[in-house]
Design a protein around this ligand. Sequence first.
Ligand code: CO
Length: 455
Amino acid sequence: MDAQLNRNLLEFIYRSPSMYHTVASICEELEGNGFSRLQETEPWHLKPGKNYYVTRNGSSIIAFKIGTEPKNLSFRISASHSDSPAFKLKAAPELKGPGDTLRLNVEAYGGMIDATWLDRPLSIAGRVFVKSGDAVESRLFCTEKDVALIPNLAIHFNRDVNNGYAFNRQTDLCPLFTAGAMKEGEFDKLIASSLDVDPQVLLAKDLFLVNRQRGCIWGATDEFISSPRLDDLQCAFATLQGFLSTERKSGVNVYCCFDNEEVGSNTQQGAMSTFLKDCLERIGEGLGMGREDYRRAIAASFLLSADNAHAVHPNHPEKTDAENRCYLNHGLVIKENAAQKYTTDAMSRAFVREICARVKEPYQLFANRSDLAGGSTLGNLSNIQVSLHAADVGLPQLAMHSCYETAGARDTESAVRIFAEYYRVEMRIENDERFVFLTEENESIPVIRKPRQLK
Ligand code: CO
């Protein structure tokens, strides 16, 4: 088991407290690997054998590697999400009183487990827009220390708290910001001063309460990892490592990490947006493809939607299906759903099985209990704009949407090996019901690159 890989994952998550920071962390990794930045507002001049990336809204990112011989072009795509459930600050963020206290005015972004956010020191992270000369521009923001906390009500005032208590999000979950040392209006001043700008030029904010507790590897045999935001930064990280590890001569490998999965993906930059479609069309045009070639390429392409999955909970095994269930440290999960909330079908499952077999890594099957509505993810939503063969996969985890989640330490490396092979293998989709592997059966599978030590 590669402990360095998990340490890098936990460092990646620590440096990615908001979706804007996640995308910045990914940009940094891509820049370090020689990728060139493109802007959606500028012309693209693309060349075979080169690597590029583009962001939208600073919170979604698409990177791609063009093969050296992109003749029979197809796209090999993975997609994960950059956002996690959190409390978002309202535009007027301060609540006065009682007494001289100030609290912060927040609302839920996504479906978090509320109780896990109480009684823990929290930081504030996101982005702000500042006026700079004639320009108004975005700046990443994260407080250097914890500055807020949502205190529980003492059990003496709430004797029923252990009998199941529904928190009221307007009244119970307002974080304490100051007990009198700071005055009304000083929240914005605090942000302006940590950005070293005048409060007057601070025009607008997208800020979230975030848990900056570091992730850890734990257990008598180091078999667990726990951290904030494992959903879905574990997949965002593992698909990125797989993407960076390998090359494919023909076609284009594409890495996507989309914002707003936790609130339905239906935004300018979410998986339901035109971001992927616009990118793929521009790549096709940049490589001189006509409409006919482009449509053939799309028909021969594949999307792997990667979002974490629910492992069997040790105290509640009855919550999962009797057979289609997954456990920590037993490998990548292939998710299926008859209603097609997950994109996997027999053809795409057969393809993922083959990929796993080629690198001798295990996989697990997951379906929800038939009497329980499961969560949704981004693959089927992305398929509305760009319709492709697709499968939904993820890594097994516990306590999804808790402020501190838990996964299996062995699964990260296994997933990176599978994603690397997914991006490496030469496979041709010949018609809508047949695919052919073009690489030799006995060809040696390259070892994934050694994870580098993060500073
Ligand atoms: Co997720």
